[in-house]
Design a protein around this ligand. Structure first.
Ligand SMILES: *[C@@H]1O[C@H](CO)[C@@H](O)[C@H](O)[C@H]1NC(C)=O
Ligand SMILES: *[C@@H]1O[C@H](CO)[C@@H](O)[C@H](O)[C@H]1NC(C)=O
Ligand SMILES: *[C@@H]1O[C@H](CO)[C@@H](O)[C@H](O)[C@H]1NC(C)=O
Length: 384
């Protein structure tokens, strides 16, 4: 029979094993143990990697779902400006596409970091935004558009992306006007100005000086809103400087033709130049030097504030100090804007917008042009 044989073999093996000096067998046993250890750690590592990858994927996916970019079914903009159209495609100047832009319903919305849009400038205007933002970096005496200094390209300049395009559009809009009036971008509201908010990312005074030079062609055509010494004269484009731009640079411009305005600090509008002893009061930030007044949403004071323990303010200065930021901006003739409003989840984002509309903010800061187009008329409640 086989079995006894086997047994005897095993026994023989065991006997053999036992008969061998233990020293010889120590090494393979530890090796085996170590190998098993490697195996366990390999499996563990693989599982950990897969789990991490899954977590990252899930995180990205949830972010993607939450970002909630609004897609409008059969969006007329997306149909006309399909994926083949870039900001520098010659076909963007086709009359049908330009007519679409000029026909947009203007809404009090600011296209935040506009150069991130699929088609900078054109998408914002085609969605009815009355304000667009470009971050500029001074490089080799030119202004390059981009968020950080690492994301700059030689071809993406303020001139090529914004100034030249605006000039070309306005030249067409004003080609047949001879009576000294002007026509802006939006045919439905021809006297509506478009704000170009220039966020200075590099040294303030130098960047500002270069901006001042680059605006000359628009200035020569009388396309820029300016302060003439006694009045603010509205034109199709209003240039507003923000970021590192110094207030002093704005004030240093020719006081009888000042055509770059400041983005005043909405959380700190009270200034040492305010004078409440005259009627009406004189404010340091006013329409002669500023256009927007902006601050981060988290610094917002959306409602009037009063310290219960002190008496009601009965002076104009006291009342101004306790007013909401939006009221303070209005008193100064400025448009209040909050940036960094919550962007997701979408319901929180919408609540923030609704509250801002309710308290009559001047302009909404938005990134999602699909949402602007989908609900354009919904934002029309704010006075333009
Ligand atoms: C500024 O413009 C207004 C309105 O056009 C005009 O009445 C006023 O005289 C101008 N001021 C100066 C200093 O030119
Ligand atoms: C300031 O602007 C006025 C009006 O455009 C012009 O007459 C004057 O020469 C300018 N002054 C300077 C110093 O550029
Ligand atoms: C605007 O503010 C400046 C100081 O920042 C002041 O000199 C000027 O008088 C003010 N102008 C008006 C129209 O209030």
């Amino acid at each position: 029979m086989v079995r006894p044989d086997l047994e005897s073999n095993v026994q023989a093996g065991q006997k053999k094993q036992q008969s061998l000096p233990t020293r010889v067998w120590v090494a393979p046993a530890t090796l085996l143990k170590r190998r098993r250890g490697y195996l366990v750690s390999d499996v563990f590592k693989t599982v950990a990697c897969v789990m991490t990858a899954l977590c990252i994927f899930q995180f990205v996916w949830i972010r993607h779902l939450q970002a909630g970019w609004v897609r409008v079914p059969n969006d007329p903009f997306d149909i006309r400006f399909n994926d083949d159209i870039k900001w520098n495609s010659p076909s963007i100047w086709d009359s049908s596409r330009q007519a679409f832009i000029h026909n947009a319903m203007p809404v009090p919305v600011h296209s935040h970091n506009d150069y991130w849009r699929r088609i900078p400038l054109f998408e914002a205007l085609g969605s009815g935004c009355i304000s667009v933002e470009a971050d500029v970096h001074l490089r080799d005496s030119d202004l390059l558009v981009g968020h950080t200094s690492l994301s700059l390209h030689r071809g993406s300049t303020l001139r090529s992306m914004y100034l030249d395009s605006l000039q070309r559009m306005l030249d067409t809009q004003n080609a047949h006007i001879t009576d000294g009036t002007w026509r802006g971008i939006f045919d439905r509201s021809p006297q509506q100005t478009v704000v170009l908010l220039i966020d200075h990312k590099t040294a303030g005074p130098e960047t500002f000086a270069e901006l001042d030079v680059q605006l000359q062609p628009l200035r020569d055509r009388d396309y820029l809103t300016y302060w003439n010494g006694t009045d603010r004269i509205m034109r199709p484009i209003t240039v507003v400087a923000t970021g590192n731009a110094p207030f002093e640079s704005v004030m240093a411009l020719n006081a009888s033709h000042r055509d770059i305005f400041f983005d005043a600090p909405l959380h700190a509008l009270l200034s040492r130049y305010d004078n409440f002893d005259v009627e009406p009061p004189v404010y340091g930030y006013n329409i002669s030097n500023s256009y927007f007044a902006s601050t981060q949403f988290k610094n917002g004071r959306l409602w009037a504030w009063h310290d219960e323990s002190s008496p009601q303010p009965d002076t104009p200065g006291g009342r101004d100090r306790e007013a909401s930021q939006i009221e303070q901006a209005k008193a100064r003739g400025l448009i209040a804007r909050y940036w960094d409003t919550p962007s997701n989840p979408p319901n929180l984002r919408d609540i923030a917008w609704r509250v801002l509309v309710d308290v009559k903010v001047g302009i909404l800061n938005m990134d999602d042009m699909g949402a602007v187009r989908a609900r354009a008329r919904g934002w029309g409640q704010i006075e333009l």
